[in-house]
Design a protein around this ligand. Structure first.
Ligand SMILES: [Fe+2]
Ligand SMILES: [Fe+2]
Length: 195
């Protein structure tokens, strides 16, 4: 029987709503979006010798939309509910979002994809945890919750820009990763390179 994390990273067997029995509606919708994005990233890089750019562009557009929903809808709704005080984890989530958005700018490499996977693994746990962002949103009053769900459903698609590997982009990337507590992951070894 596969572990849950195996299934998350294996796009062929995505976690279903039934797996998240007991979760509130916001957790269900947004955790399912995490699984969809994990599957797209997995699929874009499933070939050993190339990255499927069309699938990677779907991943980029989906991740940017997802980040936009959290930054523009979820975090402000929770802050309003808390009388204007942001969640303690809001600053860290925003730094992670900035690092992820910047990682989507250069052309994808094995190192960039490994770094995205590492950040998403940590970040999604923060959001989906028992006292994470999504569980907190699921405790919002019913009226606030309904308007939040409607706004999430109406969130517009995002168009992705062409990649840029300019020195300015790479410097911005280094800064955004550092502020979020990350650096570029070591290049993953291929099986045949292993000792
Ligand atoms: Fe997020
Ligand atoms: Fe998220």
């Amino acid at each position: 029987m596969p572990r849950q994390t195996d299934r998350i990273h294996d796009g062929r067997d995505r976690m279903t709503v039934a797996d998240r029995e007991g979760s509130g509606p916001l957790t269900t919708v947004l955790a399912e979006d995490h699984r969809r994005l994990d599957a797209l990233l997995h699929s874009a890089s499933s070939a050993a010798d190339h990255i499927d750019q069309a699938v990677y562009d779907q991943f980029r557009a989906g991740l940017l939309r997802h980040i936009g929903m959290e930054e523009k809808l979820l975090l402000p709704a929770v802050q309003r509910w808390r009388g204007g005080t942001p969640l303690p984890i809001a600053a860290k989530l925003r730094l992670d979002h900035s690092a992820l958005a910047t990682l989507l700018m250069p052309a994808p490499t094995a190192q960039i994809l490994a770094t995205i996977r590492q950040i998403l693994s940590d970040h999604n746990r923060l959001e989906e945890g028992q006292d994470g962002l999504y569980a907190i949103c699921d405790r919002l009053p019913a009226k606030e919750m309904e308007s939040l769900l409607a706004a999430l459903r109406a969130a517009p698609a995002v168009r992705v820009m062409p990649h840029s590997d300019s020195p300015a982009v790479m410097k911005t990337l280094e800064g955004a990763l550092g502020r979020a507590g990350y650096c570029l992951e070591p290049i993953p070894m291929h099986k045949e390179d292993e000792p």
